[in-house]
Design a protein around this ligand. Structure first.
Ligand code: LLP
Length: 418
C-alpha cells in the first residue's frame, strides 16, 4: 500500500492537505493524483516494452473519468472497452478508434453494429457473436477471447478465466472458430484471454500465456499467423499496509521471454485497469456521527456503498485513516459505516482509529479503480464530485449531480396525475 506524508498531523495528498481539499470541494469526493497516474502507466509500459513491442490497453471500466482518460491518452495508452458507452467516452477523451479494442460479453447485435461503425477492433467472445457480426460487417480485422482454463482474482466474483466461465470461447471450439472466421472473410489478428482481477501472484499469468501460446502455434501450423497475444488485465495491487507489491519488472521479463522464445508473435497487449488507477486516488469522506453501540463502535460517514461499493460487494479491504489526525495514536477499533439504509453498508470493519470525532476527514485509500465507476444513485443520493491534483493545484473534474437529474428520464403517466 502507498504511504503518504503528513504535516502537523494533517495528511498530504499530491502535496495538498486533505482537509483543505475536503473543505474546498465538499465530501464525499474522489481525489486523483495526476503524477502517480503517469508514473503507474510508465512503470507498467516500461516493464514490458523494454523487451518487445507492447501495447497497454487501459481497461477503462476501472475509471472512465474524462480527465483521467485524457491523461492516459497523452501518455500513449490504448483502451480496453466493454460497451459502446465506454468506446464513445474514450473517443470523447481524444482516443482515435484504432487505439481502442472492444471486448464485450453477450454483446447484442446493436452494440456490435455500433462499435464496428465507430471503427474499433472487435475482440469476439463467442461463436454466436462471430456469426452475428458476420451478418453486420465482415472483412474486419478481429481477435478472439478464449477461456484459458486458468482463473485468478481477489474474489470469486471477479475470476473470469476458469473452465466453464461465461467469458470467452471454450477450449474445444477455439481452433474451429478461427477457421470459421477466415471462411466468413474476417482477418484474425490476435488472441486474447483475461484470467480475472486483482490476483497478486505471477504464476496464473504464465499458465494463461502458455495456453495462449499453444493456440497461437497450432493456428500458425494451419496457416493463420497472429500479430499479437493479449494477456488481458488483472494485475493486483497491495491494499493493506505492508502488503508486498507484485514485481512488475520480473513479470514483464518472464512473459515477454515466453512469447519471444516460443512464438513468432512480436506484439504483446495487456489490459491493466486497477494497476494504473487504483492507488492514484483517495476518497475523502466526512465523519458525521460517532456511536458506541455496546458491542461495536461506529464512525458514521457521508460515503456509503452508493459511493464505494467494493467493501460491501466483495468484502474488499480499503485502508482508512483520519486525515486531520494523521499518525496520531489509535484509541479504539471502529466500523466505518455509510448513510445507506442497509446493515451491509460499510467501508471498513474493526479499524483502529485515533479518537474519531464529528467533522473529521476520513481518507479511504486505493479508491481509483472501480470506485466512482461503480457508484450509484441508490437511496436517491447524487453521484459525488471528482478532483484532480496536478501541478500543485486541485481542480474539479466532475461536479456532483443535482437531485433533479435523477428525475430527468422518468415519466408519470397522465392518468396518475390529478
Ligand atoms: N480486461 C478485461 C477483459 C476485463 O474484464 C478486466 C476487468 C480487465 C481487463 C481489467 O482488470 P484489472 O486490471 O482492473 O484487474 N469490479 C471489480 C473488478 C472487476 C474487473 C472486471 N474486468 C473490483 O472492484 O475489484
Amino acid at each position: 500500500m502507498r504511504d503518504f506524508d503528513g504535516r502537523d498531523g494533517i495528511m498530504l495528498f499530491g502535496g495538498i492537505p486533505v482537509t483543505e481539499i475536503a473543505e474546498e470541494f465538499g465530501t464525499p469526493v474522489y481525489v486523483t493524483d495526476e503524477s502517480r497516474l503517469r508514473e503507474n502507466y510508465r512503470r507498467i509500459y516500461g516493464a514490458f516494452s523494454k523487451h518487445m513491442d507492447t501495447k497497454i490497453h487501459y481497461a477503462c471500466k476501472a475509471n472512465t473519468s474524462l480527465a483521467i482518460l485524457k491523461i492516459l491518452e497523452g501518455e500513449g495508452s490504448g483502451i480496453d472497452a466493454v460497451s459502446v458507452g465506454e468506446v464513445m467516452t474514450c473517443i470523447k477523451a481524444g482516443f482515435t478508434p484504432d487505439r481502442i479494442m472492444y471486448t464485450g460479453v453477450n454483446a447484442s447485435n446493436e452494440e456490435l453494429a455500433a462499435v464496428t461503425e465507430l471503427g474499433v477492433t472487435v475482440n469476439i467472445d463467442s461463436v454466436s457473436a462471430l456469426e452475428r457480426l458476420s451478418k453486420i460487417k465482415t472483412g474486419l480485422p478481429v481477435s478472439f477471447r478464449i477461456t484459458p482454463g486458468v482463473g485468478s482474482g481477489h474474489s470469486d466474483k471477479v475470476i473470469t478465466g476458469s473452465k466453464g466461465s461465461k467469458f470467452g470461447i471454450p477450449d474445444k471450439s477455439v481452433i474451429k472458430t478461427y477457421i470459421r472466421a477466415k471462411e466468413l472473410g474476417f482477418e484474425p489478428k490476435g488472441i486474447h484471454a483475461h484470467i480475472g482481477s486483482g490476483g497478486q501472484s505471477a504464476e496464473p499469468f504464465s499458465d494463461e500465456l502458455e495456453v495462449l501460446i499453444g493456440y497461437t502455434n497450432e493456428l500458425k501450423d494451419l496457416g493463420i499467423d497472429l500479430d499479437f497475444i493479449d494477456i488481458g488485465g488483472g494485475i493486483g495491487v497491495p491494499y493493506r499496509p505492508n502488503e508486498p507489491e507484485m514485481d512488475i519488472d520480473e513479470l514483464g521479463a518472464s512473459l515477454t521471454e515466453m512469447i519471444l522464445e516460443e512464438t513468432d508473435v512480436r506484439t504483446i497487449i495487456l489490459e491493466p485497469g486497477r494497476y494504473i488507477v487504483c492507488d492514484t486516488t483517495v476518497l475523502l469522506t466526512r465523519c458525521i456521527d460517532v456511536k458506541d453501540a455496546g458491542t461495536k463502535k461506529y464512525v458514521g460517514v457521508d460515503a456509503g456503498f452508493n459511493t464505494l461499493i467494493r467493501p460491501a460487494m466483495y468484502d474488499a479491504y480499503h485502508h482508512v485513516a483520519l486525515g486531520n489526525k494523521f499518525g496520531k495514536a489509535c484509541t479504539a477499533k471502529y466500523d466505518v459505516a455509510g448513510p445507506i439504509c442497509e446493515s451491509g453498508d460499510y467501508l471498513a470493519h474493526d479499524r483502529a482509529l485515533p479518537n474519531p470525532e464529528e467533522g473529521d476527514t476520513v481518507v479511504v485509500y486505493n479508491a481509483g479503480a472501480y470506485g466512482f465507476s461503480m457508484s450509484s444513485n441508490y437511496n436517491s443520493r447524487p453521484l459525488c464530485r471528482e478532483v484532480l491534483i496536478g501541478g500543485g493545484r486541485a481542480e474539479l473534474i466532475r461536479d456532483s449531480e443535482c437531485i433533479e437529474e435523477q428525475w430527468r428520464h422518468q415519466r408519470i403517466p397522465e392518468r396518475l396525475i390529478r
